[in-house]
Design a protein around this ligand. Sequence first.
Ligand code: ACO
Length: 332
Amino acid sequence: MTKIRAAITSINGWVPDYILTNDELSKMVDTSDEWIITRTGIKERHILKGNGKGTSVLGTEAVKGLLKKTGISPKEIDLLICATVTPDMQFPATANIISDKAGLKNAFSYDLNAACSSYIYSLVTASKFIEAGNYKKIIVVGADKMSSIVDYSDRTTCVIFGDAGTATLLEPTTEDFGIKDAILRTDGSGMIHLHQKAGGSVRPASHETVDAKEHFIYQEGQAVFKFAVSNMADIAVEIMKKNGLKSEDIAWLVPHQANLRIVEATARRMGIRKDRVMINIQRYGNTTSATIPLCLWEWENQLKKGDNLILSAFGGGFTWGSIYLKWAYDPK
Ligand code: ACO
């Protein structure tokens, strides 16, 4: 029987207009443009402003743009998965809100949260529905309004994150393209180093939790850095070895944009030249579920059919993973 694979057949990104620069952050907390660039590589990030605007706004704009770009009717979409760590609300799923706003009348939808690995996890999950044979068009939204959980008086986290939305279309192919392999990992003991203390069932929202700023990101930067550097590089090397790939076989490394130093360390371990690594952290910061698809979207015109890509991410949980895929189309 011919094997069905899931291939990315189009991608779109959307970022809000407002740009928060390092200089503006330097007026809000004790930091500097030089510190932020040296330690993270970030120069600016986009922020979604306006009351009542959540992650679904980012996702919906990206999905509408994708449908316009491809000419596909919203009614043709079978499933929408929203990769996010900042849902509009605890329930219903942000995916449902996006599907409604974008007119996806025939799709079922749900959210998937694996922190910064949400996009990788979602792409793998979506690919299984396609490989099963009964789903033809799936959209994976990678969207996060990180500014909604960032404490802008905490210099150790507020410089890192930004907001963005993306939409990736997956369709079946019987050719030798698409998602070829993936490795996903989780280590729940890492929770102590990176989490949101309140707002869940352990510590529901109260005056005390709000006063203690427990609805913001809690991160022990150095500990997370150490785990991220080793695990993101290890898993990328592991998927290369598993598939018999040498560094010269890889057209592009598409890493989660958490910190430029983590990205560079991963590329070094894989033996990939810097000009083969997608890096746009300087303009967007860490947009969590949106970093990898934002790169694919920006590099779309440079990608050629048959290019070998390695996607790699690390995030809260801890979660991490790598995907090996063969790009399925030439620039249009
Ligand atoms: N400006 C100036 N000084 C700062 C800033 C800042 N913005 N932030 C921290 N500092 C200070 C610290 O207070 C510390 O000062 P001290 O020595 O007087 O105590 C000093 O700089 C060094 O701090 P470190 O935490 O050691 O700095 P580091 O080089 O580790 O950089 C960073 C911090 C950027 C957070 C880094 O650790 C990092 O990128 N960690 C990984 C983040 C990550 O990958 N997260 C996972 C994804 S997020 C998710 O899943 C939701």
